[in-house]
Design a protein around this ligand. Structure first.
Ligand code: IMP
Length: 184
């Protein structure tokens, strides 16, 4: 396992993003929508760094049929608990890989008439992008490696790590290869 982004660097960047979100929303109360489950640590740290009133909600989208492969067919497993018509919505994602999941969420939310729709993603795995989705707040661009930590998992492991680390091909082979379709 190779550490790609140290905990202190993540904290510094999340603080910057929080301040930018606040200055970009001088009026209204933005609604942060976290994409379970990978978002949880990013979402919690981001909330602490947005110095204006804001609300939160969560959705769950299943997109991976194998533990490190994108099926490219997202599905809403858990929907929002509130109406977003007229709201300033910010989708909070752990990582944007192919972009299929984010494109699906943007389309789904735009049909519901928010006043604005933005995206905050901790990690942008740009070399793998297949769909041209806009990301307003990016933590870090990363190479085409499978990463874990700071909420991201491999077969439900490693979410607790305070840093982001890349698994080697050997480590990916050694872990349980398949899991049932579930929330990312
Ligand atoms: P996309 O639809 O291909 O952009 O996939 C987005 C989702 O795939 C993310 O929300 C993650 O849950 C998952 N994912 C993509 N790459 C990684 C990775 O390197 N580590 C862990 N999860 C990943």
């Amino acid at each position: 396992m190779e550490v790609l982004i140290a905990s202190e660097d993540i904290q510094r960047r999340v603080c910057e993003i929080g301040k930018r979100i606040a200055s970009d929303h001088p009026v209204g109360i933005p609604l942060l929508v976290g994409v379970l489950r990978g978002c949880v640590i990013f979402m919690a740290d981001l909330m602490k760094n947005i110095p204006i009133p804001h609300e939160i909600d969560f959705i769950s989208v299943s997109s991976y049929e194998l533990s490190s492969q994108s099926s490219g067919k997202p599905r809403l497993v858990k929907d929002l608990g509130c109406d977003i018509k007229g709201r300033d919505v910010i989708i909070v994602e752990d990582i944007v890989d192919t972009g299929h999941t984010l494109e699906f969420m943007r389309q789904t939310f735009l049909e519901r008439g928010p006043r604005s729709l933005k995206v905050a993603a901790l990690l942008d795995k740009r070399p793998r992008r297949l769909r041209p989705v806009p990301i307003d707040y990016v933590g870090f661009e990363i190479p085409d490696r499978f990463v874990v930590g700071y909420g991201l998992d491999y077969a439900e492991r490693f979410r607790h790590l305070p840093y982001v680390a890349a698994l080697s091909p050997e480590e990916l082979d050694a872990e349980p290869a398949a899991r049932t379709v579930g929330a990312t």
